[in-house]
Design a protein around this ligand. Structure first.
Ligand code: DGL
Length: 283
């Protein structure tokens, strides 16, 4: 065991271990695809807690409890790192999770800093769940980067449900997005932060509504870079050239989840039920 990996509770045997990624539902697939793109040699386990989505309207205690339950399932399955691919779970539960979790935890929060540095109009919009926007994390980011910039916080209820149904271009989804985006455009917003991992799947529609001049910021690339850095720091990056396994689990009905996850992931995958025996069994 190297000195650095020992500090993180990892051993050289962890080289072959998968990375666990989870979200309240299917939104974290937008982060998973970036991790897979930057770390194509790593095994991945994705957990969609779709049976309990959306988290954005839940109370903090429930989200903390689900975060701990899923993290423990992933640890029992032997993961070498956990990625919380959910802004809502991050702002509510990340402190507690990091206090006990023995492997590196990478999380996600709205990209307010890069948006404030990008805007030309001086108005940025942060699209996220109510829980995320009401959090101290977002208050801290607004205080740090909101001096010279007008930051509009826009809760987007019901969008998560549309993505959970893979309704990425329906009339209803468009109407919801127009309701959220048109007032922001009228207020001069030129930079839009996707502060919920479900929203990158709506980028096509968002772009149609905002026009091509708008900047849309998805933090998934930055999160994947952080995963790369943390694995390198802990010396547990998998060497290349071997078959890779990506497994998908959902707390919702597996048949429905398979159809939705396949549609969003881009090819047909089998989704397994979220329970310890299934997770522990190697493919
Ligand atoms: N993908 C989650 C996020 O990033 C959605 C939360 C929810 O389920 O409301 O916040």
């Amino acid at each position: 065991m190297t000195k650095r990996s020992a500090a993180a509770g990892l051993s050289d045997a962890n080289l072959n271990a998968p990375i666990g990624v989870f979200d309240s539902g299917v939104g974290g697939l937008s982060v998973l695809r970036e991790i897979h793109s930057q770390l194509p040699e790593e095994d991945l386990i994705y957990v969609a807690d779709s049976g309990n989505a959306p988290y954005g309207e839940r109370d903090a205690g429930f989200i903390e409890q689900r975060t701990e339950t899923i993290a423990r399932l992933l640890l029992n399955a032997g993961v070498k790192a956990i990625v919380v691919a959910c802004n809502t779970a991050t702002v509510v539960a990340i402190g507690k999770l990091r206090s006990w979790c023995p492997v590196p935890v990478v999380a996600i929060e709205p990209a307010i800093k890069p948006a404030a540095q990008t805007t030309k109009s001086g108005v940025i919009a942060v699209l996220a769940t109510r829980q995320t926007l009401a959090s101290p994390n977002v208050a801290r980011l607004c205080a740090a980067y909101g001096n010279a910039v007008d930051i509009r916080l826009q809760a987007c209820p019901r969008l998560v449900e549309q993505v959970e149904k893979a309704e990425l271009e329906s009339t209803k989804t468009r109407a919801l997005l127009e309701g959220y985006l048109l007032p922001l455009l009228a207020a001069g917003a030129d930079t839009f932060v996707l502060g919920c991992t479900h929203y990158p799947f709506l980028t096509g529609l968002i772009r149609e509504i905002t026009g091509s001049h708008a900047v849309i910021i998805d933090p998934a690339t930055a999160v994947a870079k952080e995963v790369v850095r943390r694995l390198a720091d802990n010396r547990v990056r998998q060497p290349p050239q071997r078959p890779v396994s990506i497994r998908f689990f959902s707390s919702a009905d597996s048949t429905g989840a398979s159809a939705v996850i396949s549609a969003l992931w881009g090819y047909s995958v089998t989704v397994e039920p979220l329970n310890q025996p299934a997770l522990k069994c190697r493919p």
